[in-house]
Design a binder for this molecule. Structure first.
Ligand code: COA
Length: 187
């Protein structure tokens, strides 16, 4: 796979609702070990909600693949804890675009020790704003029925939520053009 230029214009420093200082930046190929460390901070429930299955001891290869991103095509961001030496990744936001670039599939995870502190909210805000700027028109996703927090969050963000009996999960869909980013920032 060819790795395209790193889009450093997408780097932002910000402070979350709970006062965590973070840097949000595009994924880098050398993030693989940091992704591995993040993975090992996840509870079994978080792993299941993100990957829809229990992954036991995933290979180095998987983390390398997750760290390799074609930034021309996809929007993949990480939230890094600022002012610390080890540059821990606290969360990952992924929008994987279809070949036409109009529709993207969303997957997000924040490590259990940092959940509920506003890291996810900042990743959504920044990620959706980049997606809008790039002309991505709709965002789709899938959420397990047990994931009540994300189902209610998705409804609040303006996703249409529909039960998918074949996959036994909820399908999410949002028209990005209808998303009011200013409104998101203040909630
Ligand atoms: C979903 C997830 C990414 C959110 O990240 P986060 O950093 O914990 O989220 P935030 O602290 O920014 O909170 C985002 C919103 O969810 C709500 N929320 C977060 N944790 C909550 C909890 N435990 N109970 C109820 N609401 C909660 C917050 O109220 C917040 O809403 P607001 O921004 O309107 O105030 C994170 O919880 C996660 O990784 N979950 C497991 C993986 C997953 O479910 N991914 C989604 C499917 S791919």
């Amino acid at each position: 796979m060819v790795i395209k230029d790193y889009p450093d214009q997408y780097e932002v420093s910000t402070t979350t609702r709970a006062g965590l200082d973070i840097l949000i930046r595009p994924m880098k190929a050398d993030d693989a070990p940091r992704l591995k460390a993040l993975f090992h901070s996840l509870s079994p429930k978080t792993v299941y909600f993100r990957f829809f299955t229990q992954l036991h001891d995933p290979s180095e290869e998987m983390f390398k693949k997750l760290a390799q991103v074609d930034h021309d095509r996809h929007v993949v961001l990480v939230a890094i804890e600022r002012n610390t030496e080890d540059q821990k990744i606290l969360g990952v936001f992924r929008l994987m675009c279809d070949p036409g670039g109009k529709q993207a599939e969303l997957a997000v995870v924040v490590g259990d020790p940092w959940q509920g502190k506003g890291v996810g909210a900042k990743l959504f805000e920044h990620g959706f704003s980049i997606a809008k700027e790039r002309g991505i028109e709709s965002i789709v996703g899938m959420v397990l029925p047990e994931n009540k927090t994300v189902l209610s969050l998705a409804r609040r963000l303006g996703f249409a939520v529909r039960w998918n009996a074949d996959d036994h999960a909820y399908d999410l869909r949002m028209n990005l053009r209808a998303l009011d980013l200013e409104h998101m920032k203040h909630h």
